[in-house]
Design a protein around this ligand. Structure first.
Ligand code: C2O
Ligand code: CU
Length: 746
């Protein structure tokens, strides 16, 4: 960290103070450090860590490592401590998932303190050493991080939404409570989040002028039958903020309700080499809870048929577009022949309503995949057009033994009082956050139910098909879980996990052992943010119920389950790629946003919120604000750092056999910074490091979660010729420009 970096962050603290409510001022007054500048020469040892990256200037994109503003806490000296300085790097712990959170949804960090200019502890009183502590803003409970000294010390792991770090001089390194003199202190970026009282009230005052017709965003839409989405049950919005309308007309591409057949449950379809499957997309009626909705299904099913093949076969899938929107089908994650990748205007033209297209699909890799439309996914996929493809391995012992397996497709759906909330006809709505639903679904149903027996090992094949929601899944009872595989195969080593984080389009294979009789719930637990009030809150949704009977499962796979398998063939395969962890990237992609003519008060609200950005926005808590921005008013960007080119102007060329290291940087300074699930077509890649922290358990991926302000290095193994897309898998982001095409020769 340079002197100039150290100098900048106090400005942020100043911004936080201006926004403070009275209560927060009381708390912060105790701990906010004085505005100090200077202390040159402090450098973190961490390569590419948040504390060794320069803060971008305000308004400039983040272009080097992880965001120091979000992931580096500056430590300031207490009164009377001259010259001591420090920083705390918030390192994401290595995880088999995109990000490490607790089962309850709190983000977890390993804290690395870098200190300098520490006085002799004895000069401060009866002390021999320094100890670091972490605590929430109310100052209790206190977690001891450990003894710290000059230079870098990796201390403890912290799971707190908002926290302070203190360094005190202590009589001994063994103290269990903070008793000595305060030397340094600092606040996590999340403590800056404060209520938006001022803009909130201003918006209320200005609303009259707007609805009198000054903005045509609002004037046109009301007549077209838009209803605003229901508010989040836990977050209130002032009525003045509920009058905005998107600048597009509503659309529900489902046809007349009465003529559609009732959706059937998903069928298992086994295909052998050379087989043909007719796959028709069209309207269905679907009962969701107590309501009957008109949706879309493949072959009348939601989810679409579960297609099962042996590794290495080729099949023909004859797609018939029975919807009213031209589209294509993409075979997500499969390294197939480029002509059948289903990307409109890149590998084929759109399939018109009523027309067919034959996809010749080969399956070179065992694993779980899925298929979905690749034009207007925001509406077509959301309405039910998705299904799984299971590619069975050659070796039956590829994974450990399980008593049973289930395929769970995770989704959400946005319902209003009339049914499914309409989509934008001319352009997508929800262009900023993506479209969060207000009903969570498993296999199209609000509740998954299962029966199990005590000691049973159940294999869960998970796929997230939602437009934008990242799930954090766990069971609330006696269950042991391990993660065994992801997108295109197995991990190097199985790992015990307490919860599973899965971003849109990702897949994970989780083995669960139910230890004893009882009722367990499959939960989605997250810490959501109420931006208007500047607070975190717990959000718990029940996705499923498992009844575990007292009868013992047979055969008994418990002994095999208790062993974490290590896959020597996978480890050997990845050994040839590990040397790439240390080298410089071949390409750097900056992920950012160019906002256009957004309706008031979106821009001021977003800049208020931007004082802090969560690594992941887990829930859409402002449905009205999220809804009104359309793709006409916002352009999401993948920018090639070297050439400055963006999205489809990027012209990457690779050859089969290349191994390309790509650094993905999610610009924290984008006006609506948020996470993006990044997907590459037709190839596979490894995640080498996250914010400079090397990954220690690799797996072939086609989609990864790129949290806000993160810098992630991936290694693309170029094996498949053709023109391939790389894009954000948030349906509304791909429809807002966020895609590029790279060409592979050979
Ligand atoms: Cu699953 Cu290009 O997408
Ligand atoms: Cu995105």
């Amino acid at each position: 960290m340079s002197a100039s970096t150290l100098g900048k962050r106090p400005v942020e603290n100043m911004r936080a103070r201006v926004l403070s409510s009275a209560a927060a001022i009381l708390v912060l007054a105790l701990v906010v450090p004085p505005l100090v500048r200077g202390a040159a020469g402090l450098r973190s040892q961490a390569a590419d860590g948040a504390c060794s990256t320069l803060d971008p200037a305000p308004g400039e994109p983040q272009t080097s490592g992880p965001s120091p503003d979000l992931y580096c806490v500056e430590l300031f000296p207490a009164a009377g401590i001259e010259g001591a300085r420090g920083s705390v790097e918030l390192r994401p712990p290595a995880t088999p998932f995109g990000i490490h959170v607790t089962p309850a949804g709190t983000h977890v960090y390993d804290l690395a303190l870098t200190l300098e200019g520490l006085p002799d502890p004895a000069a401060l009183g009866p002390y021999t050493t320094f100890v670091a502590w972490a605590m929430p803003p109310l100052l209790a409970p206190v977690t001891k991080l450990g003894e710290v000294r000059r230079g870098e010390t990796l201390t403890g792991r912290v799971a707190l939404d908002q926290f302070l770090v203190m360094v005190t001089a202590e009589a001994s390194a063994d103290v269990t409570e903070r008793a000595g003199r305060l030397v340094l202190r600092g606040l996590s970026a999340s403590t800056r989040m404060q209520p938006h009282d001022l803009p909130f009230f201003l918006a209320g005052l200005l609303e009259r002028k707007d609805s009198a017709g000054a903005h045509d965003h609002h004037a046109t839409a009301n007549a077209d039958g838009w209803l605003p989405p229901p508010m989040h049950p836990r977050v209130s919005m002032p009525p003045a903020l509920m009058t905005l309308r998107p600048d597009v007309t509503p659309m529900l591409p489902v046809g007349p309700a009465d003529s559609a057949p009732l959706a059937r449950p998903r069928e298992l379809v086994r295909l052998a080499d050379g087989d043909t499957l007719e796959l028709g997309a069209g309207p269905v009626r679907k009962v969701v809870g107590t309501r009957t909705l008109t949706m879309l299904g493949f072959n009348g099913q939601i989810p679409g048929p579960l297609v099962q093949v042996e590794r290495g076969v080729s099949v023909v899938i004859r797609f018939r577009n029975g919807t009213s929107i031209p589209t294509t089908v993409h075979w997500h994650g499969i390294r197939l022949d480029n002509r059948f990748d289903g990307v409109p205007h890149v590998t084929q033209e759109l399939v018109a309503p009523g027309a067919t297209f034959d996809y010749h699909v080969r399956f070179p890799d065992a694993g779980l995949y899925w298929y979905h439309p690749h034009a207007r996914e925001d509406a077509l996929q959301d309405l039910g057009l998705y299904g799984n493809l299971l590619v069975r391995p050659d070796d039956p012992a590829w994974l450990g033994p399980a008593n049973r397996e289930e395929f769970l497709i995770l989704d959400d759906l946005l319902l209003d009082e009339r049914g499914v909330m309409p989509y934008g006809r001319e352009a997508v709505t929800h262009a900023l956050m993506g479209r969060f639903g207000n009903v969570l679904l498993v296999n199209g149903e609000p509740r998954w139910t299962a029966q199990a027996e005590a000691g049973e090992v159940l294999r869960l094949w998970l796929t997230n098909v939602s437009s934008t929601r990242v799930f954090n899944l766990s069971f609330d009872g006696a269950a042991a879980m391990k993660v065994v595989a992801s997108d295109l195969g197995r991990f190097e080593r199985e790992e015990w996990v307490e919860n599973v984080v899965i971003a849109p389009a990702e897949r994970y294979v989780i083995d669960v052992r139910f230890d004893r009789a009882g009722t367990l719930h499959l939960l989605n637990r997250v810490h959501a943010i109420d931006h208007l009030w500047g607070r975190f809150f717990d959000q718990v949704d029940t996705l499923g119920v498992v009844q575990v009977a007292a009868r013992q499962a047979s055969p008994d796979h418990r002994a095999a389950f208790d062993v974490l398998r290590s896959n020597d063939d996978v480890i050997a395969e990845f050994d040839r790629y590990r040397t790439h962890i240390e080298r410089a990237p071949d390409r750097t992609v900056i992920v950012t946003l160019q906002p256009g003519d957004l309706p008031f008060p979106l821009l001021p609200l977003m800049s208020m919120e931007s004082v802090y950005r969560n690594p992941v926005e887990w829930e859409g808590t402002m449905p009205e604000m999220d809804w009104v921005a359309t793709a006409r008013q916002s352009r999401w960007i993948l920018r090639d750092a070297a050439s400055g080119r963006e999205n489809m102007d990027i012209d990457w060329r690779f050859r089969v056999g290349d191994v390309v290291k790509i650094r993905l940087i999610n610009d924290r300074n984008a006006v609506h910074a948020m996470q993006h699930p990044i997907h590459l077509h037709g190839q596979r890649f490894l995640v080498l490091s996250v914010n400079g922290v090397p990954e220690d358990n690799l797996v072939w991926k086609d989609t990864i979660l790129l949290p806000t302000g993160f810098a992630i290095d991936i290694l693309l193994e170029v094996t498949n010729p053709g023109a391939w897309m790389m894009h954000c898998h948030i349906a509304e982001h791909i429809e807002s420009g966020m895609h590029l095409v790279f060409r592979v020769e050979g």
